[in-house]
Design a protein around this ligand. Structure first.
Ligand code: ATP
Ligand code: MN
Length: 478
């Protein structure tokens, strides 16, 4: 078996001079018929292999080019060149798989992100995507670690759901009916009784409703799984398939929910700062280089790691929706009529408003709570004013809304009335209503869009670049 311990990371971290090594990787560059730089994904760092050209014939040397897979056996030695402390003096080299330089698309030069999206199967070979994906993986691990440390149970809610509408967004239908021959019922509508599940089914937009049932038995639970939205949003912050983390806690009110959200987000950011320092340093430098091309006033005020540290060091500002609208109404852009949507009580906050609050007014992450009931989902707890609900959104610089959460309506009569008013079927959600019949209690939770936090931490401008195979309108290649 391959010695799984001998990846480049391990060799660089713990290797001793004169140690025999056997390494595998993909060629980044090959120069002077002598220096082969390889990477194996275990770290941002590359490893330099040094060969004696005389040991190989020309045909063999031609096989070594960017993208080729190689195996090398040799000895770890101090490097005389600059750029690396150690290198491998190769005694045995094998080219496992060539990469034709005429057609291999990932050359050692800067490629545009748009180009790399078309080559999404090979973009993980770039330094950039290696860094992003290592950060993504660490964040996912930190999510599980945080909840485990705090006694939460990991529950897996269904991906195929019988819930047809809950207000979170358009759904993708799941069906095995033949589109050219859909069975019809007496009224001429598709007869879903004949469908695979004997009813209409969709891909889930959120695991929350099912997670609530588990929280109301096991106390503290969370889900972390894929969710799907069929909206036609072609933005830099929306995907049709994204991963969501949804904790749900019994006997917790909205204040506790906000505390949890803040503590949780800080924990996972801190984890990555500690465990992915190299990746973050590289991503930070990349951003600085990118921004050099921009005029001074469009550059970030803080470098990437300073921005992350800033989030860790400061309390998130908490303001009510009503206060937020007041601030927006009195803002410079409102007075100069610069907002596309003039702020007024009752409207949903638009990205321009969220960005103003976070980036201009407070210059800090902001939690907005107590939104108008009419613009929020049916399950959010009604306040005594009869107009607002116990909802909260966490807003971050650059990416806007990163978390949406609420205290859930636990009063049976209030919930039923709300469902009636919003046209949510109590027959379909009978089991959700049951929770309010049997042992109901106040409880709260939230949803964190995983890709949004990966975007924030890596500083990537487009959400399509922080998930291996992005799904968005008219795009499901790979
Ligand atoms: P937005 O207003 O940004 O479209 P939303 O209010 O519709 O989001 P929620 O239903 O509150 O979203 O979902 C919870 C979280 O999931 C959001 O705070 C966000 O981080 C993330 N999220 C929502 N929609 C998407 C999407 N299409 N792609 C990626 N992440 C998303
Ligand atoms: Mn939301």
């Amino acid at each position: 078996m391959r010695n799984l311990k001998q990846d480049i990371k391990h060799i660089l971290d713990e290797g001793k001079i004169n140690m025999p090594v056997e390494v595998y990787g993909w060629v980044k560059t090959f120069r002077n018929d002598r220096f082969i730089v390889i990477n194996d994904g275990s770290t941002l760092q590359n490893l330099q292999l040094v060969i004696e050209p005389e040991d190989y014939d020309e045909a063999f040397l031609k096989k070594i080019s960017t993208g080729a897979a190689v195996r090398a056996k040799g000895e770890l030695v101090e490097s005389l060149g600059k750029g690396q402390d150690v290198e491998v003096q190769v005694k045995e080299l094998e080219v496992l798989g060539e990469a034709d330089p005429e057609t291999y698309p990932i050359q050692p030069k800067k490629h545009s992100l748009e180009f790399l999206r078309e080559k999404a199967h090979l973009r993980p070979r770039t330094t950039l995507f290696g860094a992003i994906m290592r950060v993504r993986s660490s964040l996912a691990f930190a999510v599980h670690e945080y909840f485990r440390k705090h006694g939460f149970l990991y529950v897996n809610t269904p991906i195929i759901t019988g819930i047809d509408a809950e207000g979170a967004g358009q759904m993708f239908r799941v069906t095995t009916l033949d589109p050219l021959n859909v069975p019809l019922d007496e009224e001429g509508n598709p007869d879903y009784k004949k469908d695979f599940f004997g009813k209409k089914t969709n891909l889930t937009v959120s695991g929350q409703l099912e997670a609530e049932t588990y929280a109301m038995a096991l106390g503290k639970v969370y889900t972390f799984g894929p969710t799907f939205r069929a909206e036609n949003s072609n933005t830099t912050r929306h995907l049709a398939e994204f991963w969501m983390i949804e904790p749900e806690v019994a006997f917790m009110d909205l204040d506790g929910d906000m505390d949890l959200a803040e503590d949780f987000v800080k924990y996972i950011i801190d984890f990555v700062m500690k465990n992915n320092a190299e990746d973050l340093a590289w991503l930070e430098k990349r951003l600085l280089d990118e921004e050099k091309r921009l005029p001074q006033n469009q550059r970030s005020e803080l470098a990437l790691r300073d921005k992350l540290q800033f989030v860790l060091d400061n309390h998130f500002v908490r303001i009510s929706y009503t206060e937020a609208i007041e601030i927006l109404k009195n803002s410079k852009p409102a007075k100069k009529k610069k907002f596309q949507y003039p702020p007024q009580w009752g409207m949903d906050l638009q990205t321009e408003h969220e960005r103003y609050l976070v980036e201009k007014h407070f210059k800090s992450p902001v939690i907005v709570y107590d939104y108008p009931a009419d613009i929020k989902a049916f399950y959010m707890r009604m306040n005594d004013d009869g107009k607002t609900v116990r909802a909260m959104d966490v807003l971050f610089p650059g990416v806007g809304e990163i978390i949406g959460g609420s205290q859930r309506e636990e009063r049976l009569d209030v919930l039923l009335e709300k469902m009636e008013k919003m046209g949510i079927s109590k027959e379909e959600l009978w089991w959700y209503v049951d929770l309010r019949r049997y042992g109901t209690a106040f409880h709260s939770g939230f949803g964190l869009g995983f890709e949004r936090i990966v975007q924030f931490v890596t500083g990537m401008g487009n959400i399509r670049d922080v998930i291996p195979y992005p799904r968005y309108p008219k795009s499901a290649e790979f």
